[in-house]
Design a protein around this ligand. Structure first.
Ligand code: SF4
Length: 255
């Protein structure tokens, strides 16, 4: 009987399979998790009656919501918003409390000068760039807008350091316009609740403007910020005390 000779099995590759797999798997998992943290799987459409109910509850709980950035006039509001980029409102208030006592107009800000302004705001992140912008925007307000905060989006966005969010906050808080400024809190709440899902702040802004009834738009921005800041927290949302937990679409809500 012929002898069967087996070929030796090919040598196993030296690359550890598990390790190779985990290198590619990790980012996918992380991406899935972060998506899950803000975006709902279930997207049962909201009805107009449900959205009305959400904002009626916010209004009942807090009829006159206020922003937390301290200011004494539209100019100081504008400056406070410019300073608040990547900083907390509390941190900005701590610095501006003294600053606004001596520089509450563009001319007074110019008289103060960039160097002394830096001293007032040096506890705020990116203070060097922000000081430069505040001096430049004060100069532009005097040269182009008669020393007043412009009342248009294009005017505000033309000022150094002021973008779309700044324009939305100033137009809403100083001039009573129905704008929706989307910060990190509004972005999270818009996505989690599925009131206005979006991948960018602009998508969420336009989505919210589309669905929120006009009667609530003046205060909607503050209700959503406060809701995100104190209830619908990024890591551990307090669903058990949330006013709208029965309506919220987030699949991971804890009630
Ligand atoms: S139920 Fe939870 S996830 Fe939904 S809005 Fe309220 S706090 Fe946020």
């Amino acid at each position: 009987m012929a002898k069967i000779t087996r070929k030796p099995a090919p040598r196993k590759t030296a690359v550890p399979k598990k390790k190779a797999k985990s290198v590619t798997a990790r980012p996918k998992t992380a991406a899935r998790k972060s998506l899950k943290a803000t975006r709902p799987n279930s997207t049962k459409p909201w009805t107009p009656a449900e959205i009305h109910e959400v904002f009626s509850r916010f209004r009942k709980a807090n009829p006159e919501p206020k922003g937390e950035l301290e200011h004494v006039n539209p100019f100081t509001l504008l400056v406070a918003v410019v300073l608040s980029a990547q900083a907390t409102d509390a941190g900005v208030n701590k610095a501006t409390r003294e600053l606004f006592k001596i520089a509450d107009t563009p001319q007074k800000m110019l008289d103060l000068g960039e160097e002394r302004l830096r001293d007032y705001i040096k506890t705020i992140g990116l203070y060097r760039t922000k000081a430069k912008n505040v001096i430049a925007l004060s100069a532009k307000m005097i040269s182009d807008f008669g020393g007043e905060v412009p009342r248009t989006r294009a005017g505000i966005e033309s000022l150094p350091g002021a973008g779309r969010k700044t324009a939305n906050v100033v137009l809403n808080m100083a001039f009573g316009e129905h704008t929706m400024a989307v910060d990190t809190h509004v972005f999270r709440v818009g996505n989690r609740t599925a009131l206005a899902p979006g991948k960018t702040p602009l998508e969420v802004e336009l989505g919210l403007e589309k669905v929120i009834p006009a009667e609530f738009m003046l205060h909607a921005h503050h209700w959503l910020i406060l809701h995100g800041r104190y209830t619908c927290l990024a890591r551990k949302p307090r669903c058990e005390v949330c006013l709208i937990n029965d309506l919220c679409r987030w699949p991971e809500k804890t009630v």
